[in-house]
Every structure is written in C-alpha cells, then in structure tokens.
Design a protein around this ligand. Structure first.
Ligand code: ATP
Ligand code: PRP
Length: 225
C-alpha cells in the first residue's frame, strides 16, 4: 500500500492513541478524520504524502517490520516482547510511562520454589528469570493478569504497573522491577534508506514535538497578591 512517495505510520489503538495523535499533531500531522470517531483503519492526513493506519499495540512491530507501515508508535514492553532485529528505534516519545514488574501477594518470595508466573509477556519473563538462573513455569494470559494469584492460577504475575492502583485494589504488591517502559517511535529499516527524503524531516519534527512536550509550561503570571 505504501508507494515510495507515501509515508505510512502505524498507531496503536487503545490507551496510547490520544497521546500519539497529540504528538503527531505537534509535528504537523493531522488526520482528516479522527480514529476515535470512525471505524476506518486507514486515515488520510492533511499532508497528501502521509497516511495513518490503526492497529493493535502488539501488531505495530509486525506491520513496521514487514513494511505494511514505514513507521509506528507502540510501547517498549511490546517491542521487547516482539524481539527481532528488523526495527530501527530512533525516538523515545516519553508517553505512557510505566514499569514492567513481577508482582504477587505481599511478602511472597519468587525464589522459594519453581514458581508459576502468569503474564502476557512470556518472552520477556522467560529471559528475565533465565538471566537470573531462576526456573519458573510460565502461564500465558491476554489480560487481567492480577486475577491469576487470587484464584490460584499462578504464584506471581509479570505486568505493567503505573500508579499501582490495580495491584493494590487486588491485594497484590510489586516485588521486582524488570524494566521501565514508555512509547517509542519505530521505523522500518529498509524505509529508513528508500524513504529517507520523507522519514528524515518526519523524525526531525517528531523530535521537536517530544522536546516541546517535555519542556515545563511557562509559569503563569502571579496574580495572587
Ligand atoms: P490490546 O487491548 O490490543 O490487547 P493492550 O492492552 O496491550 O492491547 P493498551 O492497554 O492500550 O493495549 O496499552 C498499550 C500500551 O500502553 C502498552 O503496551 C504500554 O506500553 C502502555 N500502558 C499500558 N498500561 C499502562 C499504564 N497503566 N500506564 C501507562 N502506560 C500503560
Ligand atoms: C494496565 C496493566 C495493569 C494496569 C496498571 O492494564 O495491565 O493492569 O494498567 O496500571 P496502574 O498501576 O495505574 O493501576 P490496562 O488498564 O491496560 O488493562 P488490560 O488488563 O486490559 O491490559
């Protein structure tokens, strides 16, 4: 779908979509129609040579690696779980910050025995425990990981933690920190060369948008006297 004169950007639907669109907007890329109010999966933008495609977060690396999109936005958790060498990752967008953690009942000891660990991040979890020489049994889930220790499905979970409210609401506690997570811009390696003319200015504008979004807002005039 993406000719040499078009830049296709894959965005993850779900919780990072709004912030991704906001950064793109600051980089001068505005969809003609907003995905939140539409069932369309390919969206034109005000720039004739830029199109957006809307996919699941976990599918962004696949679309970008195989050239279904030239670039994409998704979480570092998704990229680590996907693995592979096919993607260039030039920019940390600094949005959707959270941590990937081992969690369980307060005081539970992961090293105690061959623990069962429920997660949707089976590759990351396998690497993490193997790297520490600890043997665990993995149970693959697709969501609501916090339920697993409560019903005896697993001893621990590996999941994202931000405020910690989900763990707390379910009587669980963070136990070990695996990695910090934020959303990243990824680019297809071949497109980096063949579409350099489009990608270079796009990356530059995204870099500036990210830098501007991290700049502290100008102090409001002090009117309280
Ligand atoms: P799907 O709904 O397609 O199964 P998902 O549940 O992984 O996918 P989202 O919940 O939209 O998708 O999460 C997308 C990304 O947002 C995650 O990959 C992660 O990088 C980030 N994220 C998820 N939960 C949080 C959170 N609580 N705080 C901050 N960032 C988060
Ligand atoms: C994510 C994650 C945790 C929760 C952590 O779930 O899987 O359950 O956020 O955030 P907190 O520490 O601020 O509570 P999400 O809301 O994306 O739902 P999901 O289970 O469908 O992935």
């Amino acid at each position: 779908m993406s000719g040499d004169d078009t830049l296709v950007i894959a965005l993850a639907k779900g919780r990072i979509l709004t912030e991704s669109l906001s950064l793109l907007s600051h980089a001068g890329i505005e969809p003609v129609e907003y995905p939140q109010g539409s069932r369309k999966l390919i969206l034109d933008t005000a720039l004739a040579q830029v199109r957006l495609v809307i996919v699941r977060a976990a599918d962004v690396p696949t679309y970008v690696e195989y050239g279904g999109a030239d670039a994409g936005v998704t979480g570092k958790d998704v990229l680590l779980e996907y693995g592979g060498q096919g993607l260039y990752e030039p920019l940390d967008l600094g949005i959707a910050r959270c941590r990937l953690m081992v969690a369980g009942r307060p005081g539970a000891n992961v090293a105690a025995r061959r623990a069962r660990v429920a997660t949707k991040y089976v590759n990351i979890t396998r690497r993490y425990f193997a790297g520490q020489g600890r043997q665990v049994e993995l149970i693959k889930l697709y969501g609501s990981m916090e339920l697993a220790p409560l019903v005896g499905l697993a001893d621990f979970i590996v999941d994202l933690v931000d405020t910690g409210n989900t763990l707390k609401a379910n009587g669980l506690a963070p136990i070990e920190h695996i990695v910090d997570v934020s959303s990243r811009l990824v680019v297809n390696r071949a497109a980096m060369k063949t579409k350099h003319r489009l990608i270079k200015p796009f990356l530059e504008r995204m870099r500036r948008a990210v830098a501007a979004s991290h700049r502290p807002a100008a102090a409001a005039p002090n009117t309280a006297r």
